[in-house]
Design a protein around this ligand. Sequence first.
Ligand code: BMA
Length: 343
Amino acid sequence: MGNSRSSNNQHHADLFRRHPRNPLISAADWPYPVNSVFNAGATLLQDGTTLLLCRVEDRKGHSHLCAARSENGLDSWNIDPRPTLEPDPVNYPEELWGIEDPRITYLPELRKYAIAYCAYSRGGPSVSLVLTEDFKSFERCGNIMPPENKDAALFPRRFNGLWALVHRPVGPIGAHVWISFSPDMRHWGGHKLILAARRGGWWDANRIGLSPPPIETPRGWLMLYHGVRRTAAGCIYRLGVALFDLGDPTRCTKRGDHWLLGPETEYERFGDVGNVVFPCGHTLGPDGDTLSLYYGGADSCLAVATASVREILEWLDAHGRDYGEPAGKPPGVSQMEWDAETM
Ligand code: BMA
């Protein structure tokens, strides 16, 4: 498994399995000089090719996006010889310091891919959206969430006629996951907090954010999210899971208490920013169950881990916190408010 600390995990569920070929891609593989390649969005093209839209950082410290394609999603990557999508600060000043962490959602209604990404503006990180049919030409929708906000992705279809976006604004009392709705992808409202960072000693205390775009399952939308633990030695980025109602994605139905993937291997523990696993994309295999999760390791390289959606759901059933009506919660108090008091 290439996992130097796997023995620590013998008593934990091994839901995500790292590929032995990890890390899959790093700066050394790039066709032009770059500092690092990480945090890629992912999608399967119509012909079954895996496309990764990688965050690529140059030696100014600014990021752009560049596509890498592979038939098996593991090797023989065909990388665009030049940046695929570059910041355009002349027309979009919010992209002054680069564009980062793309998350791709295919929209069957438009037959287009929507890419939500972080535009690093003078006011801080913000969310921008772009549409494409082919990852060659792009239709910019501009900045849709002002700073400080990131970790955004669109759902693949509308709810009650409205597009839905998951995102992560930062406020004075934590950074939580929100949802917003729009009739046209330009104007957003109906903002609602849907998953709160826990507090105190939890692995996901104070700061959480969406990882890859929500994953549709028969039981609901599976949301893999990252939690940030602040320690005396720096932050640790890990991955957890929650489930949302299929017809009403504002309603969390289950949440796991444990993280499912954390930095353990060398390529996750050491790099430009150590102790980081940061997935921005996934693909689903032809069996409809095998999830390939593409993630940045230590802000320096790209890796993949596979998991079974069915096993994740079973694990949530066995170990997840039920977001129904737990005993002791006074009527009229929302689950979120109750958690804030009790977690
Ligand atoms: C987050 C994002 C990610 C990055 C992570 C660790 O806030 O900026 O792009 O991987 O921090 O540095």
